[in-house]
Design a protein around this ligand. Structure first.
Ligand SMILES: [Zn+2]
Length: 269
C-alpha cells in the first residue's frame, strides 16, 4: 500500500527551523511546534501557528454564520406568504437618499445597539409609499447577518391564533424567537374586541421582552398623533414609546410627482 501524505496547508513560503530548534511557519513566522517538558517526558509536539489558528477560527465563524443564516431564513418562511420578501433589498431602493431609506440602512448598521435597547421603527405613509419595502430590506439585510426575523401582520396572526385557544399565549411567546418582528400594515386588520386584545397582547409581549418591533401602517401622522379610540391610543402610545416614527414618502403623487420628503426633526436611531 502506498502512503499518501495529505497536507492541510500547502507549504507556501517554506517552514523553517528556528534557533530554538523548533519548526516555524514560513507564512506567519510563529511556531508550529512546542517543546514539552513534564516529569518523565521531554519532547516536541506540533501546534497550530497563528495563521492556521486564525484560519480555523474563520472557518468556525463562517460555519456558525451559515447555520444562523439558515435558521433565520427558515423563520422568515413562516411569515407572510406571497410577499416577495427576498426581492426587497437595499440595492433595489430607487430612492436611497430619501430620509426613510437612510434611517432604514442605519437601523441595520446599528441593529445590535438598537435591539439591546428594544428600539424599533414605525414606518407610516400612504399605500404604495414603500413602507413594507423598507421594512423588508431591513429584514433581508439582517437575515444575511444571521439575525432571525419574522414579517407578519395582525390579520395573519389573527387567522393563525384565533383557531388555537389552548396554546395561544405559547404561540405569542414563540414570536420572541424572532430577534426582530415586523408587523406589517397595522390598522388594516378587521377590528373586533378580540383582535384589539390580540394586537395589544402581541405588542406588549414583545415590549416586555425588550425585543424590537418594526411597524408599518397607512395611518396618517394626524391619526397617529390622535388615534380615535381608547384601544388605538393605548396601542400607539406603547408602540411610539419604543419605535422611532418615520414617514415614508416614496410613492409618486397623482400628478406623477414625488411628494417632498418629510424633513421633520427627531432623534433617529
Ligand atoms: Zn502560519
Amino acid at each position: 500500500m502506498s502512503e499518501i501524505t495529505v497536507c492541510a496547508q500547502p507549504p507556501a513560503a517554506a517552514n523553517y527551523v528556528g534557533q530554538d530548534g523548533l519548526l516555524y511557519c514560513g507564512r506567519c513566522g510563529t511556531r508550529k511546534q512546542v517543546r514539552i517538558t513534564v516529569p518523565g517526558f521531554e519532547g516536541v509536539q506540533t501546534c497550530l501557528c497563528r495563521c492556521e489558528a486564525e484560519a480555523l477560527d474563520r472557518a468556525r465563524a463562517e460555519r456558525e454564520l451559515e447555520k444562523r443564516r439558515d435558521m433565520a431564513a427558515q423563520m422568515l418562511k413562516q411569515g407572510i406568504p406571497g410577499v416577495q420578501l427576498s426581492a426587497m433589498t437595499f440595492d433595489r431602493d430607487e430612492r436611497p437618499e430619501a430620509r426613510a431609506s437612510r434611517v432604514a440602512r442605519r437601523y441595520v448598521e446599528q441593529f445590535a445597539e438598537q435591539a439591546a435597547r428594544g428600539h424599533g421603527l414605525l414606518f407610516y405613509g400612504a399605500v404604495g409609499a414603500g413602507k413594507t419595502f423598507l421594512a423588508s430590506c431591513i429584514v433581508n439585510a439582517l437575515v444575511k447577518k444571521g439575525v432571525p426575523c419574522l414579517v407578519t401582520s395582525m390579520s395573519r396572526l389573527g387567522n393563525r391564533l384565533f383557531t388555537c385557544r389552548e396554546d395561544r399565549q405559547e404561540k405569542i411567546d414563540g414570536l420572541s424567537r424572532a430577534k426582530l418582528l415586523v408587523l406589517d400594515d397595522l390598522g388594516t386588520e378587521r377590528r373586533t374586541e378580540a383582535m384589539d386584545e390580540l394586537t395589544m397582547n402581541v405588542v406588549e409581549t414583545r415590549l416586555q421582552a425588550g425585543l424590537p418591533l418594526i411597524v408599518t401602517t397607512n395611518l396618517t401622522a394626524a391619526k397617529l398623533e390622535a388615534p380615535g379610540d381608547i384601544h388605538m391610543q393605548r396601542l400607539m402610545r406603547r408602540i411610539k414609546s419604543v419605535c422611532y416614527m418615520i414617514e415614508v414618502t416614496g410613492a409618486k403623487g397623482p400628478n406623477g410627482k414625488i411628494p417632498p420628503l418629510n424633513t421633520g426633526g427627531g432623534v433617529g436611531p
